[in-house]
Design a protein around this ligand. Sequence first.
Ligand code: ZN
Length: 272
Amino acid sequence: MKIYISADMEGISGVTNPDFLQPNEPNYEYGRRLMEHDVNAVIEAAIESGATEIVVADSHASGNNLRLDRLHPSATLVAGFPRDHYMMSGLTSDFSAVLFVGYHARHGMPGVLSHSYWFKNMTVNGMEVGEIGFNAIYAGLLGVPLALVTGDDHASEETKLIAPQAVTGIVKHALSRTSAICLSMEQSGILLSAKTKEAMERINDLVPFPINFPVEVRIEFFHSGQAELASSVSGVRRIPNSTIVEYKADDARTYYRTMEIMATLANTARFF
Ligand SMILES: [Zn+2]
């Protein structure tokens, strides 16, 4: 049984603010250790539950946060950036499930370090989504169900709206966008193990996110410079006098890659 893990950093145990998220920040090395702790706890429990092959995609920033020499020896690591299908790189239809570790709520919502890539808002077929939803739908387009999401209480709430059957592991409760009540590493390790095992037991009953092609995606940017750049991407249309663009995807690759290219462009457009 092949299991795919997409690991982000904002929803990891103990991570509360941007000090943990980038190599030049004071708590980054500590943040990496915390991330390795959560990811390894999930891998170990997945193996104990029958996983025979595990691929972990390091899906935060440059994709170089997890250190191979500290990662569970049974897993294969997808690392580095850029790469096709960034947070879902390497996922194929023959995986039994995807697990999201260290995920977070979408932009504008309460929750630790909430955001949606570099966008203000995203909708898929009219439904507001963040990274949890967008990536779960991508997995669904490949026929792979979402089995587990770990993060704070708001990531859990968001998951319940998108994929009610998925198990959620709450490793911290948000007090604000940059503070939380955090489980100890020991407690979160026990919780992540138990929740992963619960998710693995349910795999045969899970259904992939129900959606058909074509899929309609709308993305709202923070400023018009970003929307202008994004609208130069083939197949993308800007809604006049707005910072919103839209596109239709007839296949899973177009669905993900178009968003991904727009995120990269948006990140290069300076406001001032
Ligand atoms: Zn991240």
